[in-house]
Ligand binder design. Structure first.
Ligand code: NAD
Length: 417
């Protein structure tokens, strides 16, 4: 297996486009592959195919080493292919393998056609624990006609990034997680990361199943911490003299606990936390076990959303307009998936309250589920909107701290902006 100089990245979405661009910026020759002709054309025009801070600059910096195609066969000329298509959740909580299979199969077939040995397949999409060994590798062995670990290598290498900070998160992670089919595949990937990363992260190498469990466990642990915080906040609110911020500040100063994700706010959301946590519960169920901690985090999260709706409903009457500000699951993104603000706006609408919404990243054009609401382009107009009796700041975009409201508008700011 060769040292990695040329890489292909299959799936040029929110994560894959950033992986391809950062690899090129860091000196690797990169071919991006996607079924979406528009994304391919944008990369070839030197433009970002998705909205993500620093992506445009990164593409420009690596422009001479980055190109894109719809032809999977071009992957064979590279030393490694990173696969990062979607792996959507299924109703039972497991993740679908379909997109990965469809992306890997033509690359494997092309490897066989060219008689290539030593290609490294890297799965970066999150998978259901066990899927790489029991579904993806058997398919690759069938399609390449080779044996994994001897004729080709396989690594499971998910990234721990947050949307809005993907470029920096990729280049300067706390940890690089490598699940490897064989030591040589892991070593080749580790050496690539030593050149690619701008910091010196912990490179955690292990079996593929260990890495699959690690990936979802990190997110499940964080959701448990967030739900613990919200549960404590709901208890503290019942005591007039209790101040949740004082409580959390003290708890967080204990180094065994730490301050990260110990901030009283709202529920967790987005494309990773909720579903990775549910995947851990699914994995336990598959094994005939229970994962009560993971299930409780999910339950408290739903309760946190419901609690906000009930609080808001107590502050207004049915004719009062409510402004829901911040519909994304975190600042610096346009993603509204499972976000507290979106849940609140939808609940208010379903219960007959007039609702207007605003967000700095999500607009009806990039988040079509916002079309059902009256959407404000500029929150400054709220100064003239006397009909708005309550404004709720659901996502802590820092810009909301300077927004001015009409004199009669009450403001609820769960993140204490
Ligand atoms: N977005 C995140 O915050 C995040 C964080 C960690 C992990 N992940 C994981 O990364 C994976 C991808 O997430 P994303 O947010 O980048 O998805 P995305 O939907 O933004 O992008 C997926 C891309 O894959 C392409 N694609 C689909 N099928 C393909 C195929 N057969 N061949 C080639 N390209 C194909 C799509 O056209 C699209 O460009 C998921 O498994 C997700 O769980 C995402």
């Amino acid at each position: 297996m060769k040292q990695i100089q040329k890489a292909s990245v299959c799936g040029l979405g929110k994560l894959g486009a950033c992986i391809a661009a950062t690899l090129a910026q860091r000196g690797f020759e990169v071919v991006g592959i996607d079924i979406d002709a528009e994304k391919v054309a944008r990369i070839n025009a030197g433009q970002p195919p998705v909205d993500e801070p620093l992506l445009a600059e990164t593409i420009t910096a690596g422009r001479t080493r980055l190109r894109a195609t719809q032809d999977y066969r071009e992957a064979v000329g590279t030393d490694v292919t990173f696969f990062i298509p979607p792996s959507p959740s299924l109703p039972d909580g497991s993740f679908s393998n379909e997109f990965l299979l469809r992306a890997m199969q033509p690359v494997a077939a092309a490897v066989r056609e060219k008689g290539k040995k030593g290609h490294l397949f890297v799965c970066s999409s999150t998978t259901t624990p066990g899927a790489v060994d029991s579904v993806l590798i058997p398919m690759l062995e069938r399609e390449t006609g080779g044996v994994c670990g001897r004729d080709f290598g396989m690594c499971y290498n998910p990234e721990f990034i947050a949307l809005g900070n993907v470029v920096k998160g990729l280049l300067e992670p706390d940890m690089v997680l490598i699940g490897e089919s064989d030591p040589q595949s892991g070593t080749v990937l580790e050496e690539m990361y030593r050149k690619y990363n701008q910091n010196k992260p912990n490179i955690a190498r292990m079996s593929i199943i260990s890495a699959e469990l690690t990936k979802i466990s990190v997110n499940s642990y964080v959701t448990m911490k967030i739900s613990f915080t919200n549960q404590l906040r709901m208890i503290a609110e019942q005591f007039p003299k209790a101040n949740i911020h004082h409580v959390l500040d003290a708890i967080g100063s204990d180094s065994r606990v730490g301050r990260k994700y110990l901030r009283a706010g709202l529920s967790y959301g987005g494309p990773c936390f909720p579903r990775d946590n549910r995947l851990l519960a699914f994995t336990a169920r598959q094994l005939g076990l229970e994962a009560p901690l993971a299930e409780a985090s999910d339950k408290v999260n739903h309760r946190t959303n419901q609690d906000l709706f009930e609080k808001v409903a107590k502050l207004v009457t049915k004719n009062d307009t409510v402004a829901v500000l911040g519909l994304t699951y975190k600042p610096d993104t346009y993603i509204t998936e499972e976000a507290a603000g979106l849940f609140l706006a939808q609940q208010l609408k379903r219960h007959g309250y007039p609702v207007i919404v605003h967000d700095y990243g999500a607009k009806p054009s990039n988040a079509p589920n916002l079309h059902e609401f009256e959407h404000l382009d500029d929150p400054e107009v709220l100064q003239q909107r006397a009909d708005v009796k309550l404004a709720v700041i659901c996502c802590p975009w820092p810009q909301y701290s300077s927004v001015k409201f009409a004199p009669g508008t009450k403001v609820l700011s769960p993140w204490k902006l």
